[in-house]
Design a protein around this ligand. Structure first.
Ligand SMILES: [Zn+2]
Ligand SMILES: [Zn+2]
Length: 138
């Protein structure tokens, strides 16, 4: 992947991406809905070391177990980092459309805004993420 630079809404904070995403998906969990203010959250998982912060101040807040980092000035959600997984889930809202290519939905059992598309809709998470591949019937 070409190195890619993303930025928050006000432009003070940049994310430098140096590797291709490991997985891209939509998460319907209550935490993602609360922190994004949306019906679900678009996420692109990258190796943690390949996502470098630059520019202005950020603020990190942990709800339950996942620290989520925002621009301290405009509040744009930048990424969450799963403890012990060494990956950063970058907000898909920041990625250019030609890079954000989600291939499944997770935590659909919590969905308040079901999305009818051709992607797999996992009730929890796929087997590759430690789940059981069970899907919901959307
Ligand atoms: Zn900002
Ligand atoms: Zn979530």
């Amino acid at each position: 992947m070409q190195p890619t630079i993303l930025q928050c809404r006000c432009g003070q904070v940049q994310l430098h991406l140096s590797e291709a995403p490991i997985a891209q998906f939509y998460c319907h969990c209550g935490d993602c809905r609360a922190v994004t203010g949306g019906g679900y959250s678009p996420l692109a998982l990258f190796p943690a070391a390949s996502v470098k912060l630059a520019g202005g101040d950020t603020t990190t807040w942990t709800y339950q177990t996942m620290p989520r980092t925002r621009c301290a000035h405009c509040g744009t959600l930048l990424f969450g980092e799963s403890p012990g997984m060494n990956m950063r889930g970058v907000s898909g809202f920041l990625l250019p459309p030609d890079l954000f290519k989600p291939t499944f939905h997770i935590r659909c059992q919590h969905a308040v805004m079901p999305v009818k598309d051709d992607l797999p809709h996992f009730k929890d998470v796929p087997a590759a993420f430690g789940g059981d591949d069970e899907a919901v019937g959307w």
